[in-house]
Design a binder for this molecule. Structure first.
Ligand code: ME8
Length: 649
């Protein structure tokens, strides 16, 4: 372990998330888990660098941007901001945030590519596969669906494309040794998967450039090629530290990485491709790659594309950050898949946070106030009974137990240990009955009991600080103590005299049935809002000029509006029936705030007639009506003259 300023360093990373859509609680899972480790390590005396960020290049992002009528840069800028807001909301304590569109990253990737090329580990050849012409995409046989393009379902044909390859095969033996003879990849179950499914089947060289899209870093000496995702994305862990620059202080200080964390679907890239790239670059290897399980949703992996996502902004608005952080860390064994259910989230909040922890804190602070006006002094050691000493031993053993679990990491076990002491404390109250000691006037014994309880709560709150970011701080307020920055005092007997006050609970007991119904409603309205948003006219201006040919790709027609009604449950949408000169079409448009439906019947509008149909609030919309945006921010239909079916150009 390297040391700087006498502190051991610890570098931990999440994957860089695709800037192609809003993140969900699956992404929160990895980021909160790494945050808990980063906070624990900092408090345990390490100089920590915690990195997260966004993966912003590639065809998927380019496509998502063009569907929104935006330039890729404007699109990823917006998403990166939103992702940063999410991490602020989740109280993520990252030290760095890398974007693959950062100029320094782009330069470093171009240099890495050139270095590997000059060394002979990247070479130019031909990639052959199945090609879908309309999508301009290559696919492997296993990616095809029923032998057809997985994106558009059309026929594909054999084709070849010139591209650069990374010589992955050359490193197969060294990588196999790394996986099978060291603890590099964890948990152990992932090692077998990698060796059996990939390495032993033979590692092929990896295609690392494309010519079919251009949103990415260009190969510096052959700019019609764009560097493909993994060679751009994986080295973010180096470039974020300044690798390749003369002044790379952070690189010198924190590399090699102590722990890369990700879910199992990208373990292959992190445990096979990444070490091979580093071997080729002669850079020391990371110490550990940890592939955790998936959060599933009714058996499916929670994913942006499947639409089964749970919005962390909604959950934290309603229950607070601590509740979501606690649920993610306590309810799911880290290495395995776990299913998300709102029932489990709500019952975990009620049982653990409101009942066990909340009641312990509330009762103890209330009794301290009632019996001693909040002033409880440390008793002499000889006043402790054998049962007290057992309780104290459990409090004193907590730090080491939690540290061992965090090293693995097993968050659920660490929290079980902390909540084990909370449980012991609740039992300690029941066994010692402070109210009876008060009634019978046994003040000295009552002081011992109250002091023991306050000390247990203090140590518990101290150890909860890496996991929960709000409640433990409030508990320290109630204890009349500053929030500790480390674990130096996470043991019994440190405080000489308490001056406590009562505090508000962080959460009240939830009515689970009512909350489930509310969550259901919120999920529906989020879906609706998203649909409405995509039906609204976009005010982003494309920053690049288009050619006249691009413009003529749009087919614009005069249409008659024959009928119009409100879309139920969507306050911005109107459903219109329009006649385009040859047929009637249904159009859903986000103009309900500007017009009453009847106003529009008999009017003319300008239709983009050759847009792909899209479903909005369950209604298939077959085109889009052109609007201008008024001073009040509301969309107004462009109303042309002429007859239905006339071309607009
Ligand atoms: O793969 N359960 O980005 P991505 C658990 N850009 N974790 C989940 C999850 C779920 N249902 N859904 C997402 C990429 N995650 C690449 C990575 S790294 C050099 C490049 C988390 O946006 C989990 O960490 O698809 C997973 O590996 C990651 O998000 C995938 O994020």
């Amino acid at each position: 372990m390297k040391k700087t300023n006498n502190k051991k360093t610890f570098y931990i990373t999440t994957p860089i998330y695709y800037a192609s859509g809003a993140l969900h609680i699956g992404h929160c899972y990895t980021t909160v888990a790494c945050d808990a480790i980063a906070r624990f390590k900092r408090m345990d005396g390490y100089d920590v660098f915690y990195l997260t960020g966004t993966d912003e290049h590639g065809q998927k992002v380019q496509q998502a941007a063009s569907e929104k009528g935006m330039t890729p840069q404007a699109f990823v800028d917006g998403l990166a901001e939103r992702i940063k807001k999410l991490w602020e909301r989740m109280d993520i304590s990252n030290d760095g945030f890398i974007r693959t569109t950062d100029k320094a990253h782009e330069k470093a990737i171009a240099d890495i590519f050139t270095k590997l090329y000059e060394k002979g580990d990247i070479y130019k050849s031909e990639y052959s596969g199945k090609y879908c012409e309309p999508c301009e995409s290559f696919w492997t046989n296993s990616q095809l669906v029923d032998g057809k393009c997985p994106d558009c379902g059309r026929e594909v044909k054999d084709a070849k494309e010139e591209c650069y390859f990374f010589r992955l095969s050359k490193y197969a033996d060294r990588v196999k040794k790394l996986l099978t003879e060291t603890d590099f990849l964890q948990p152990d179950s992932r090692v077998k998967e990698m060796v059996n499914n990939f390495i032993d089947k033979g590692l092929n060289d990896l295609a690392v450039t494309r010519t079919s899209f251009d949103w990415g870093i260009k190969v510096p000496f052959d700019p019609k090629h764009v560097i493909y995702v993994w060679i751009d994305a994986l080295p973010n862990y180096l470039t974020a530290l300044g690798y390749g620059r003369d002044d790379a202080e952070n690189y010198k200080k924190y590399w090699p990485c102590d722990m890369h964390v990700m879910a199992k679907e990208i373990v292959r890239f992190h445990s096979i491709v990444w070490p091979a790239i580093l071997m080729a670059l002669d850079v020391p290897l990371p110490k550990r790659v940890y592939g955790h399980g998936w959060i599933t949703f009714g058996g499916d992996k929670m994913s942006k594309s499947k639409g089964n996502v749970v919005d962390p902004f909604v959950l934290t608005d309603r229950y607070g950050v601590d509740a979501l952080r606690y649920y993610l860390l306590s309810s799911m064994p880290f290495g395995e898949d776990s299913s998300y259910t709102s029932e489990l989230l709500l019952s975990t909040i009620n049982n653990d946070i409101v009942n066990d922890l909340g009641n312990l804190v509330r009762r103890t602070l209330a009794m301290s106030k009632q019996y001693f006006d909040g002033r409880v002094a440390k008793p002499a050691a000889k006043e402790l009974t054998a049962a007290d000493r057992e309780y104290v031993a459990a409090i004193d053993g907590l730090l080491n137990g939690v540290r061992a679990d965090m090293d693995k990491p097993e968050f659920n076990k660490a929290l079980e240990k902390i909540f084990g002491v909370i449980d012991l404390s609740n039992k300690y109250i029941d066994a010692n009955k402070p109210w009876e000691l008060n009634k019978t006037g046994e003040k000295q014994r009552l002081n011992v009991v109250m002091y023991d309880l306050l000390e247990s709560i203090r140590v518990v709150a101290n150890l909860l600080l890496p996991f929960l970011t709000k409640y433990p701080r409030r508990i320290f307020d109630g204890l009349g103590l500053p929030v500790p920055a480390d674990f130096a005092a996470a043991k019994y007997g440190v405080v000489k005299a308490y001056a406590t006050t009562e505090i508000e609970p962080i959460l009240n007991r939830l009515d689970i049935k009512k909350e489930l119904a509310e969550l259901e409603k919120l999920a529906e309205s989020t879906e609706r809002n998203n649909a409405e948003r995509s039906a609204e006219p976009h005010d982003e201006q494309p920053s690049e000029l288009i050619s006249i040919d691009d413009f003529f790709k749009s087919q614009l027609l005069v249409v008659d509006i024959e009928a119009c009604e409100k879309v139920e449950k969507a306050n911005k949408l109107l459903k219109l029936t329009v006649f385009d000169g040859t047929r009637r079409r249904t159009i859903v448009s986000g103009i309900a705030k500007a017009y009453a439906p009847q106003e529009l019947v008999g009017k003319k509008a300008a239709l983009v007639a050759n847009l792909k149909p899209a479903k909005l609030c369950g209604i298939m919309s077959e085109g889009m009506l052109l609007c201008s945006v008024g001073d009040d921010g509301l969309p107004r239909l462009v109303m042309p003259t002429g007859n239905a079916g006339d071309k607009i150009c």
